[in-house]
Design a protein around this ligand. Sequence first.
Ligand SMILES: NC(=O)c1ccc[n+]([C@@H]2O[C@H](COP(=O)([O-])OP(=O)(O)OC[C@H]3O[C@@H](n4cnc5c(N)ncnc54)[C@H](OP(=O)(O)O)[C@@H]3O)[C@@H](O)[C@H]2O)c1
Length: 244
Amino acid sequence: MIFETESAHMELKGKTVVVTGGSDGIGKHVCLKLASEGCNVAIVGRNEARLLEIEDGCKSAGAPMARSYACDVRDPDALAQLCKEILEQFDVIDVLINNAGVWHKTSPLDQIDAEILEATVQTNLTAVMQLTRHLIAPLRSRPEAIILNVVSKSGVVAQAGQSVYTATKYGVRGFTEVLKADEQDTGIRVAAIYQSGTNTGMFSKANEDVPNHIFTEPDDLADVVVFMLSRPPKIWLHDVRVEI
Ligand SMILES: NC(=O)c1ccc[n+]([C@@H]2O[C@H](COP(=O)([O-])OP(=O)(O)OC[C@H]3O[C@@H](n4cnc5c(N)ncnc54)[C@H](OP(=O)(O)O)[C@@H]3O)[C@@H](O)[C@H]2O)c1
């Protein structure tokens, strides 16, 4: 006997997705996978050479439209300009993936440089709120809008030496929870992913030596992101914990 079901995945094809930190690491793999699903992709980062490489990669993978944007998300004026350009060029936005982030070397608070403290807060927390603030109205106008924040295990577990990084990630978790409540009736679905160590260059950029090879592969994590985004209308994974 064949049972009929009404379950249909959310169609990613044709959706327009903004990915911050799309020039490297986890975000790069997310962009390429979404492109192969037929999404239009707006890729945000700073490194122009890597951005252009991912833009080309997204086009080859099947994105009808892929554009990269060199923007330092710590700069509020640049963020406002970025949103204006993305909306002009893509017309609509269906999905926002807040992923850009930086690490600071593990150490007691008084050994974390004041500039690194500021940069970590601005990149990992302030920029997430500012960018979301700019894009939330256009997202509300779309029928299947999603905001997905790539957070960290450090958004739920306090680990020694990570004071500032953990403060930013707990902050993004709190922000995500309130957004979920605020947007309950607008149709925007809000989610966050809290993953442990992932095999990217994030640690080496902060001169931190970690056993990267045992960490989750960013390509596998990107599969989780695509799975979360493509759930049918009556099921939603709003909180996903990933461990190695
Ligand atoms: N790797 C891990 O173990 C791990 C674990 C848990 C959570 N996370 C989180 O996952 C997210 C992605 O991390 P990742 O491992 O993929 O790191 P990554 O490989 O270092 O990539 C970080 C991305 O963020 C962008 N970025 C950083 N600062 C920026 C700025 N000021 N303006 C614009 N873009 C900026 C980088 O772009 P440019 O290089 O072009 O500047 C890059 O594309 C972060 O939020 C991180 O906290 C990572």
